[in-house]
Ligand binder design. Structure first.
Ligand code: ADP
Ligand code: MG
Length: 630
């Protein structure tokens, strides 16, 4: 038989990659804005025509590109930002994949003008569908100007998939605001069809928020600040009385990158518990700084999702930090007056050294352990009056008796000390019962240990297995959910009082599309209208408090999904639910849960990878161990 495998021509490969990177005009805006930031721009101008379908033009005053670099920048995997695989673990740029420009140029008409500092002339390059049609020297100011015209001109199906101008420009504005909020020091402006939508001078975070959301926002902001070993939290939350019923401004930034995270959103909402008016949602602008080594941003091509090493502790820290800020702010009107004059610069507040917040983190805290109180958007059953005025609630978890180590937050260790010692004690005991090394491996002991609240360690006949608890659980749930959704035989747990959640009309539309699938997993719905969703039954495997997280995650996964070849809503649904339901890294598991999880994992069809294709476990055989001890 003749050989049949060929390498794809570049322009085809680029178009395929574009499917991932460029979903809609807003994705182009995001990539180009990020490139301008990475280039060190101090002023960025965005011009959009016809919701980006006709033109997206970004002009920056960054470092520009040389003639050769300008040409190179359109090659796939061409990047100046990383050179080695190690660099991936210390990223401080937005981009690193080197695919954005190549992808954009594959599906649009692109005109690039760029000039580095010190050069007399710049470079002009015109590309249409990956083909260079013109390259010449040109006069242009220092920096880079990229105009992207006629997006998807060569993929009519994708162009037809675009939504109305209203929807697409909303997406563009969202991206613009996210970048603007992450970089208040950079002057940014945006024009749509000739009109100026935003004019944001360089300033501090508070000024940036006020410039974007209007002058009145100033009085609504409550500063949030906390420093711990694993994360620094900064930013503002909106005072509860100004919260909105629709999903208002909810912004998380991790190391200056906007992210979506339903679980952390839940943490903030939980801090507002009892303070929000009926069915309102918390609004916040929160900036987390973590060691780049402890996150994985490689997980989604459009990078709004980040995987944290210890999401569970982050949850606890965020919840108590926000709770503390709200409490401190509301109960101390004197302090409030004091601070008012300084409100314009959050940095003053920092320098004041006022009352270092002491936060006690309960690292075994499980937000779903008890029947969780109705969370964000959830309504209390009518006749079950909430028996608190709000004040007592704010103190919950804050009346921290000085803990053994003096309550000093920085000295709190997030690993379970108990499980650390366990590993030795346990190992010893099981050793004692065995006769020598070989025997120990011959017998498949069902003892399991937890390492760093993240991995489950157990023995098998040939040696030992180390299981990533979060990924393993995702795999287990994913297969279970897929079965349920297709076979339709899961059990539902009827709620005594329906949960009433608020969603925008378009979000409700998305949920409606997946209604049947959701019902097959155990959900039952009542009314679905007027921006409210009544949940009357839930899968037996989740608690009531988890429902908003699951649905929120699902909505954001659906938004990120490219409706394209191979797109299956069932699969997205199963993946998304598995992700939000799975135990997190950082959660401590008891003996039984550990054992159960391991057993269920190995009963899976594809136990070795998570639904997103990540390794779920590794093994270490007796032979390998013996070699190590040579
Ligand atoms: P990435 O950002 O992942 O490196 P891109 O395809 O977005 O990949 O860009 C490729 C390269 O082109 C970048 O690494 C950078 O060197 C250069 N580049 C892109 N945009 C700009 C810009 N606005 N100013 C200066 N250089 C740029
Ligand atoms: Mg880039």
């Amino acid at each position: 038989m003749a050989d049949i495998i060929k390498l794809l021509p570049d322009h085809v490969a680029n178009q395929i990659a574009a499917g991932e990177v460029v979903q809609r005009p807003a994705s182009v805006v995001k990539e180009l804005l990020e490139n301008a930031i990475d280039a060190g721009a101090t002023t960025i101008k965005l011009i959009v025509k016809n919701a980006g379908k006709t033109l997206i033009h970004i002009i920056d005053d960054g470092k520009g590109m040389s003639n050769t670099d300008a040409r190179m920048s359109f090659e796939r995997h061409a990047t100046s930002k990383i050179a080695t695989a190690e660099d991936l673990f210390k990223l401080n740029t937005k981009g690193f994949r080197g695919e954005a420009l190549a992808s954009i140029a594959a599906v649009a008409h692109v005109e690039l003008k760029t000039k580095p500092d010190g050069n007399d002339v710049g470079t002009l390059i015109e590309i249409e569908g990956s083909t260079i049609i013109n390259q010449e020297v040109c006069a242009t100011p220092k920096g880079t100007s990229i105009a992207v015209k006629n997006l998807f001109f060569n993929i009519p199906a994708r162009r037809n998939f675009l939504k109305s101008n209203n929807v697409e420009s909303r997406h563009i504005i969202d991206e613009f605001q996210r970048v603007a909020l992450a970089h208040p020091g950079i002057a940014m402006s945006m024009y749509h069809n000739e009109g100026e939508l935003f004019h944001l001078p360089s300033g501090n975070l508070k000024q940036r928020i006020v410039n974007i959301f209007g002058g009145k926002t100033n009085e609504k902001l409550v500063p949030v600040q906390e420093e711990t070993e694993i994360v620094t939290v900064d930013g503002f939350v909106i005072k509860p009385e100004f919260s909105k019923k629709t999903r208002g401004e909810q912004f998380f930034f991790v190391n200056d990158r906007f992210i979506k995270n339903a679980y952390l959103n839940h943490a903030v909402s939980a801090a507002f518990d009892g303070l929000l008016p009926d069915r309102a949602r918390a609004s916040y602008f929160l900036y987390l700084k973590v060691d780049p080594k402890t996150i994985d941003i490689n997980i989604h091509p459009t990078k709004t999702e980040i995987k944290f090493d210890d999401e569970h502790s982050l949850y606890a820290i965020l919840r108590s930090t926000v709770k503390h800020s709200l409490g401190q702010f509301n109960i101390a009107p004197v302090l409030d007056f004091d601070r008012d004059s300084n409100l314009d610069t959050p940095y003053d507040y920092k320098n004041k050294n006022a009352l270092t917040p002491k936060v006690e983190v309960d690292r075994t805290f499980n937000p779903f352990a008890n029947v969780a109180p109705p969370k964000k958007g959830a309504q209390l059953p009518k006749h079950e009056k909430q028996n608190t005025t709000g004040w007592e609630k704010m103190y919950e978890g804050l009346q921290s008796k000085p803990s053994a180590d003096g309550g000093d937050f920085s000295s709190v260790s997030f690993e379970s000390d108990a499980s650390n010692t366990d590993i030795f004690v346990g190992a010893e005991t099981s050793m004692r019962t065995e006769n020598g090394m070989n025997n120990a491996f011959a017998k498949a002991e069902s003892t399991t240990y937890q390492l760093h609240n993240k991995y489950i360690v157990t023995t098998i006949k040939s040696g030992m297995v180390i299981v990533d608890q979060h990924r393993a659980h995702q795999r287990v749930l994913y297969e279970e959910l897929l079965r349920n959704i297709t076979v339709k035989e899961s059990v539902s747990q009827q709620l005594l009082f329906p949960l009433v959640l608020e969603y925008s009309t378009s979000e409700l539309g998305l949920i409606l599309q997946l209604k049947e699938g959701l019902e097959n997993t155990g959900f039952a719905f009542g009314k679905m209208e007027d921006e409210t969703l009544e949940v009357t039954g839930i899968p037996t495997s989740i608690g009531e408090g988890q429902v908003p997280i699951v649905l929120e995650q699902l909505l954001s996964d659906l938004e990120n999904e490219v409706p394209d070849v191979g797109f299956s809503q069932t699969d997205t649904l199963a993946k998304s639910m598995a992700k939000s339901m799975a135990v997190k890294a950082g959660e401590s598991l008891d003996d039984l849960s550990r054992e159960h999880l391991v057993n269920r994992l190995f009963a899976c069809k594809e136990p070795s990878v998570s639904p997103s294709n990540r390794t779920t476990f590794i093994t270490l055989t007796g032979d390998e161990l013996e070699k190590k001890f040579k």
